[in-house]
Design a protein around this ligand. Sequence first.
Ligand SMILES: [Zn+2]
Length: 344
Amino acid sequence: MREKLEALQAEAIEKVQQADNLQSLQDVRVAYLGKKGPITEVLRGMGKLSPEERPVIGELANKVREAIATALDNKKNLLEEAALNEQLQKEAIDVTLPGRPVKAGGPHLLTSIIEEVEDLFLGMGFEIKEGPEVETDYFNFEALNLPQDHPARDMQDSFYVTDHLLLRTQTSPVQARTMREYDGNKAIKMICPGVVYRRDTDDATHSHQFTQIEGLLVDKNVRMSDLKGVLLEFSRKLFGADREIRLRPSFFPFTEPSVEVDVTCKVCDGKGCNVCKHTGWIEILGAGMVHSNVLRMSGYDPEEYSGFAFGMGVERIAMLKYGVDDIRHFYTNDVRFLSQYHKA
Ligand SMILES: [Zn+2]
């Protein structure tokens, strides 16, 4: 009887060790400690033993039962711990993984240039004005000294909406509107950025839609030297502090005298290269003193007031500043092109 119990204990503990999951462990518990198990059977058969043997075997049977129960409990703890570890491992989030970056956009290059120019002129006390893109013939042409049949209208072939309405060919009508708003008796310092339209055939340097920034200053005793000072400040801010400018005589119907403004080439520093066609100079904008007819038509007395105006193509400025070789890049919206100019 004693040997049988000891053999049972050894056998049960071995089975416990072999159990590799909680279910098989439970099976071992039922098989050895259950009501129909061998130990219960031994205890039932105690009645057949002699009175001397009974307490000895009884005690031994209890010890065996306890030993098996302890082994089962220990193994159960081990298996539960292992299961928990496995679950933790499976559900773990690796916090050391770098996050997925969110792609940030940025302003379009033309918008950046406009904002840069606006900042500069705001700093010099100019205000920023806007006007309609569908404009009347009067404001787009006539108020700017371009009467019907003026030959210079041909240079600005237009998209007409009706006989008297067209997509503006320049931002100058905003100047005419502002002069009218100021009633002919107040000083004006303004710039007007905006989109303009002409019936051009699109190629590397022409587009049927482009962006202008024009400026106007009207006050008493405004001189050409004031214009040159403002343009020099503008050119140095945009193209570099050591730039020089020169004014060449030109013609515009709304200014007299009129000038084309050149800045020294940034690439060759004025020595001459392919970019500046070996002249050392690059044309950046047109300007001039406001024509007395324009002042008069907008209610300003040219005997009392004078002024200057200038206008530039934003695309041209961007192309010169960043060496962009095709104006169409600005409108095809290829992110590979545009993202090169996003400020960090
Ligand atoms: Zn050059």
